[in-house]
Design a protein around this ligand. Structure first.
Ligand code: MSP
Length: 629
């Protein structure tokens, strides 16, 4: 087994609003990366954003900004979501970075020099939303994109072509002799049929727009977004810029993608690599497609499920668990609130949560929190230990092939068998009967089982795993064997691991506040003038002790004495972000006591798409105390 493990998500279109479909790919890769790190491998986990192309150029023009301004503004949606979802990526590549351009140029130049890229003329159809080229036959009589069904544009322009046809045979050969290359199996057959129906040379440059990487020495041409985007897997690890890193991590162990972009990853990408004489990635894994309550998530996002809201309502670990437990990785799945709430209440709060709280409760009641050594093992313990060992072996094998839901099922079989073991051994009765040795065995066995579970569950639910281990007084070490390592450890009393939840609406609304107010809700101008909103300069800012949401600020409103203001923005701004900045403050509110502190004013802020506060800052040109009208 290689000591390095390099796993990638696709790079996300930077101006998309992330939904659970996006979250799914990234969480899955995070689980794979965390598992491999736990197994001691040198892991490189990459994600990033796809920032070029006509779509971005058009969107920026519509907003009156440059494409890079748009990209810089919206890239945060993804970066913040990955923080929210506890994603442990080692790098985040943006295709607008220099290191990326250097690598793309290197690949392009090499292929052009060896004659695999040539200048020609493209005539055919193009779907801008999908960034895909189509032939006359493919668009059919309706002249629509065969993938998304939308109308396509006729293109006739000079274009560089990649000699893809030349690599059809070698690619087929590779796919046939490396059964693991495309996973799952059903997808592999689909791709084989596609290649067998014939590969044409691929148009890989455009001249009708500007926003992209320019063809080296021919800047009229912009490199096709997929040639640009796919190269990220190499440029992020130093291809064309850092030879040592490149050698260390290439070839990738796994590119994880949704089934919609499998063709790009298993036809275009490997032929580019073959032409360049670069080893192919070991595996491309295509996961399935999420629908919501039976319906496709629409581009307009009216029914897209916002992962930020899910995490806010249910916590990050339950969401990560649900995404990977609910659907076998590789198949399509449906998101329903009922299923989510059911899983949280039964698998997490009931099965795992109760196992920990019962164990901990008895350990404190009978042994002052010190996990005892086990007495002699009886048949019951031996059977439990053997079954746990077998399940963990299966778990490891499942994790290696990304069979995440099977791996979780094995962990929950252990959870179930431990809960059953407690019921059968009745530690409370053993205690009552003074059977101390048996009581020790029973609780030592349960605690050790929990230790194994906490290690196994770590890739899926890192912070819950840490909490269980902390409660047991143990550490995360990837030791899945039933070795009674928990014995002799001091347990710590902890609040309940998971709470029971109820269904709530979580579908994104495009703009909840954008409805025109009813006549009866409108106010007079005088009423508006009665609210005094003023510019305030933040002098100092610190966290309110024992609160994760509140910041305590001292704000100059030009009144001589600064105001004390408590503001609920601590999850969006760090204390050091604000001193020196000018913010809008509602200045004539009656003071209010918040966590014992009298707050005299309110800072205005909006919640952004990632559910974080954004203060509309004023420039230094606005003096403290100035009225805002
Ligand atoms: N930018 C390209 C990828 C370039 S990779 C060199 C792209 N981006 S995307 O933002 O549209 O999609 C990123 C990933 O999200 C893909 O793997 C896609 O399959 C996944 N999903 C988007 N919607 C999804 C669902 N509804 N369900 C599951 N996954 C989905 O494609």
């Amino acid at each position: 087994m290689s000591q390095t493990y390099y796993v990638t998500t696709p790079i996300y279109y930077v101006n998309d609003v992330p939904h659970i479909g996006h979250a799914y790919t990234t969480v899955a890769c995070d689980v794979a990366a965390r598992f491999q790190r736990l197994m001691g491998r040198d892991v490189m986990f990459l994600t990033g954003t796809d920032e070029h192309g006509m779509k971005i150029e058009q969107a920026a023009r519509k907003n009156g900004e440059t494409p890079i301004e748009l990209a810089n503004r919206v890239v945060k949606r993804f970066q913040e979501l990955w923080t929210t979802l506890d994603i442990s990526h080692d790098d985040f590549i943006r295709t607008t970075e220099k290191r990326h351009e250097m690598g793309v140029h290197k690949l392009f130049r090499q292929l052009r020099e060896q004659g695999d890229i040539y200048l020609g003329e493209y005539e055919g159809w193009y779907c801008t939303p999908c960034e895909s080229f189509w032939t006359e036959t493919q668009v059919g009589e309706a002249i629509n994109c065969p993938d998304c069904g939308r109308s396509v544009d006729k293109l006739k322009e000079k274009s560089y072509f990649f000699r893809m046809s030349k690599y059809a045979e070698p690619l087929l050969e590779h796919i046939k002799t490396n059964p693991g290359f495309i996973q799952p199996e059903s997808r592999r057959n689909e791709i084989i049929r596609f290649i067998e129906s014939g590969l044409r040379d691929l148009s890989i440059s455009r001249t009708t727009f500007d926003w992209g990487i320019k063809v080296p020495d021919d800047p009229e041409h912009v490199i096709y977004v997929w040639f640009d985007a796919l190269s990220n897997y190499m440029t992020a690890i130093g291809y064309g810029s850092d030879e040592e890193k490149w050698q260390r991590y290439w070839p990738a162990s796994a590119h994880v993608v949704g089934k919609d972009i499998l063709r790009f990853h298993t036809v275009y990408w490997p032929t580019f690599l073959m032409a360049a004489g670069i080893e192919l990635p070991r595996q491309v894994f295509a996961h399935g497609w999420w629908t919501v309550e039976g319906k496709k998530m629409s581009k307009s996002l009216m029914n897209a499920v916002d992962p930020n809201i899910l995490v806010e309502k249910f916590g990050v670990d339950p969401i990560r668990y649900f995404l990977l437990r609910e659907v076998p990785f590789g198949l399509d799945g449906d998101f329903s609130m009922q299923a989510l709430v059911g899983r949280i209440n039964s698998d997490l709060a009931n099965d795992l949560g109760n196992l920990l709280s019962r164990t901990s409760g008895m350990m404190f009641r009978y042994f002052d929190g010190l996990t005892p050594a086990s007495g002699p093992l009886q048949e019951r313990e031996q059977a439990l230990i053997q079954a746990t060992g077998e399940r963990m072996e299966g778990y490891r094998a499942d994790m290696e092939v990304m069979a995440f839901n099977r791996a979780l099922m094995k962990i929950w079989e252990i959870v179930g068998s431990l809960n059953k073991y407690i019921v059968e051994t009745e530690p409370w009765a053993l205690h009552k009967a003074g059977k101390t040795t048996e009581l020790q065995t029973s609780l030592a066995t349960t605690a050790e089982g929990l230790r194994v579970i906490a290690n196994a569950v770590y890739p899926f639910m890192p912070s819950s795993s840490r909490k269980i281990l902390q409660a047991l007084g143990c550490t995360l070490d990837g030791d899945f064997s039933f070795s009674f390592a928990a014995s002799g450890c001091h347990m710590e009393q902890m609040p309940a691991l998971f709470s029971r939840v109820e269904e709530v609406p979580v579908v994104q609304e495009e703009s909840p506040a954008s409805q025109t107010p009813a006549e009866s809700e409108r106010i007079e101008f005088d009423q508006f003038l009665s609210v005094s909103i003023r510019a305030g300069k933040v002098l100092t800012c610190e966290k309110v002790p024992k609160s994760s949401k509140l910041l305590l600020l001292s704000v100059d409103l030009g009144e001589g004495t600064p105001r004390t203001i408590v503001s609920g923005i601590a999850q969006s701004y760090k204390p050091e972000d604000l001193p020196g900045r000018t913010v809008p403050v509602v200045a004539n509110l009656k003071p209010a006591k918040i966590m014992g502190i009298e707050s005299d004013g309110m800072i205005l802020a909006a919640k952004n798409r990632a559910n974080r506060h954004e203060i509309p800052f004023l420039s230094d040109e606005v003096a403290p105390g100035t009225e805002i009208r």
